[in-house]
Design a binder for this molecule. Structure first.
Ligand code: THU
Length: 143
């Protein structure tokens, strides 16, 4: 594990500007959501260790289980480009409350991210709640 500084919630320290940019990028990605079935538009953005940001949106399918969440779209885009270390992820929707990653996305993140991964869960007007992967998925399964 690299030398990282932990924030109050046990997550990595993210500069306020990086946090703002990440949430803004996730919100922009939300515009591309393909959600004709649920009409629930979600955007996500992952912050890589070197500062690179990858974004994603949810992509639904007429065969419902084929659909992909915004978080996994962003994560898989990053991984497929060779990125393996992540500091934070932001997820945003237009819902009243905070949008929290589903169980499948939590497990997908745990394959590549430490429990200290910072997660910004955001809703309408970019109102956000900060947590960590370790808080959302304690005792993650791994081989
Ligand atoms: N969805 C996401 O993309 N991320 C989440 O964190 C929660 C749910 C998507 C999946 C589906 O396209 C729609 O939102 C409704 O569940």
């Amino acid at each position: 594990m690299s030398s990282r500084t932990a924030g109050e919630d046990g997550g990595q320290m993210i500069k306020p500007m990086d946090m703002e940019n990440l949430i803004c990028a996730a919100d922009q990605a939300r515009q591309n959501a393909y959600a004709p079935y649920s009409r629930f538009h979600v955007g996500a953005a992952v912050l890589c260790a070197d500062g690179t940001v990858f974004t994603g949106c949810n992509i639904e399918n007429a065969s419902y289980p084929v659909s992909n969440c915004a978080e996994r779209t962003a994560l898989f885009k990053a991984v497929s480009e060779g990125y393996r270390e992540f500091k934070a992820i932001a997820v945003i929707s237009d819902a009243e409350g905070f949008t929290s990653p589903c169980g499948v996305c939590r497990q997908a993140l745990s394959e590549f991210c430490e429990p200290e991964l910072v997660i910004y869960m955001c809703g309408r007007n970019r109102k956000c709640r900060q947590t960590t992967l370790g808080e959302l998925l304690p005792f993650a399964f791994s081989l």
